[in-house]
Design a binder for this molecule. Structure first.
Ligand code: ZN
Ligand code: ZN
Length: 468
């Protein structure tokens, strides 16, 4: 394997205590997790990729594994249950009627944020059902939704504010992952398929890139720390997924380089910070999330979207083992896992209900370590008066803090580190969350509390990833 130590990320001072060497063998070969010292410069990845579609969130092997064990009855019961939930979802129906709009209005005074969320979820869920059942009626439903949007929608209302960038990211990666599955379907006509790709590049990918380059526009350029990590992360998910969909190496490389060395808060150096010992004495190292001092609802979103981003990059890595940088899960000695452990510990209750409503908090607010975080203090934002210094993790009991609210994504993290990588430890709290929520399903469930929260992740991790 070609491996250039200078190309593997340069950690900031927050990673100085990280273990410097780890190599792991798994069924995809040797994953080189070697970390450098902190003195080098990031050298941009300029790789060329092989695209064995689908190769974004999941690949054909993943779908075949699940399809076969469902077909022959050997699937674990939780996988069967999740599959039944997907079939029963109102976004997984053959006669789903899409409602495309001419202009998506998120960020206008009306601030409609659900123009595309249900239809994108339906395109994705029907695409999954096609792969898992072979029933082409699901395929036709997904294609019908994708075509309807490409035909009807001309992009975002030009009066929209920065909030439109969240839709560009969230619905961008949901639509892109649906189309990535569907592009292998012979029933999707070539001209329609190409029209969809043109549409998603023009209306989503260009916004994603604009956001990452300019935070958020040339007219309203903020400092690169102004937008919280989740804004970057959804746009990274979208830009990466559309890059895979359209086989655009430059787009994929852009996200890889941004993840390790980008300016915004989706960069791993800013996303996972602090270097703490678990106050409950597990021996684990914990990294706070960039949004941990803000509110738990957003730190949860940031972590769950990160799980989706890592999964997309890792699936592409399976077909491109010469580019170890695609293993975002492993970056900086598993920084994503350490961050997820911190967020899980902050939000877990002791009960064994599947909504995380019962029992007491695992950790007392006062016991949780936190590294001071300065948000937009003396920065280049046009309005310098909005900065704040955060000195403690926000574990307040206010409803708006969202402590303990659940989102899907824990199964991705736990299954990756424990089963895919075969690590023996380091995921104590991810495991607790995954065990509690299993089967982790998707939108249309009753467990996920806020509407937006259900659509921010692709979900269905138990169905696609669970291994006993
Ligand atoms: Zn600012
Ligand atoms: Zn700023």
């Amino acid at each position: 394997m070609i491996f250039n130590i200078n190309k593997i990320a340069i950690a900031g001072v927050i990673f100085t205590a990280a273990t410097l060497l780890s190599c792991q063998e798994n069924k995809f070969g040797e994953v080189d997790l070697t970390l450098p010292d902190n003195t080098g410069k990031w050298e941009d990845v300029t790789a060329k990729y092989t695209y064995n579609h689908p190769c974004a969130m999941y690949n054909d092997d993943d779908f075949a594994r699940v399809r076969n064990m469902l077909a022959d009855g050997t699937a674990p019961q939780v996988v069967k249950t999740a599959f039944e939930a997907l079939k029963a979802s109102k976004y997984g129906v053959i006669d789903y009627t899409p409602n495309p709009v001419r202009l998506m209005k998120r960020g206008t005074s009306a601030d409609v944020n659900d123009d595309a969320d249900e239809d994108a979820a339906a395109a994705y869920q029907t695409a999954m059902l096609w792969k898992l059942t072979g029933d082409t009626r699901y395929a036709d439903a997904s294609v019908r939704i994708l075509n309807a949007w490409a035909d009807e929608c001309e992009g975002f209302d030009p009066n929209g504010n920065a909030n439109q960038m969240l839709t560009a990211g969230i619905q961008g990666y949901t639509f892109a992952n649906a189309a990535e599955i569907m592009q292998t379907y012979t029933g999707w006509g070539e001209s329609d398929k190409q029209a969809f790709k043109n549409w998603i590049v023009k209306n989503f990918a260009e916004k994603n890139r604009q956001f990452m380059d300019l935070h958020w526009s040339r007219q309203y350029m903020m400092c690169e720390d102004h937008y919280w990590s989740n804004w970057d992360l959804v746009n990274m998910c979208s830009y990466l997924s559309i890059g895979i969909l359209t086989e655009n190496d430059e787009m994929v490389n852009y996200v890889v380089n941004y993840f390790y060395d980008g300016g915004g808060n989706g960069c791993i150096k800013k996303l996972a910070r602090g270097n703490h010992a678990d106050p409950l004495g597990s021996g684990e190292t914990l990294f706070q999330n960039q949004e941990s001092g803000r509110d738990q609802g957003h730190s949860m979103m940031s972590t769950m979207v990160t799980a989706n981003l890592c999964q997309i990059a890792y699936t592409l890595y399976k077909g491109n083992k010469s580019v170890p940088e695609l293993d975002f899960f492993a970056a900086h000695d598993n920084a994503v896992l350490k961050m997820a452990e911190y967020v899980a510990l902050c939000n877990l209750r002791s009960g064994d209900d599947d909504k995380n409503k019962a029992g007491s908090w695992l950790v007392n607010a006062g016991d949780m370590p936190f590294e001071e975080y300065k948000y937009c203090i003396n920065c280049s934002c046009p309005d310098k008066s909005h900065g704040v210094v955060q000195s403690v993790v926000n574990l307040s009991e206010e409803v708006k803090n969202g402590r303990g609210e659940i989102r899907p994504g824990w199964e991705i993290l736990y299954m990756h580190y424990a089963k895919e990588k075969g690590q023996g430890s380091g995921y104590k709290y991810c495991k607790m969350f995954a065990d509690k929520l299993r089967p982790e399903c998707g939108p249309d469930g009753t467990r996920y509390t806020s509407r937006g929260g259900t659509f921010d992740q692709l979900a269905w991790g138990t169905l696609m990833l669970y291994r006993e």
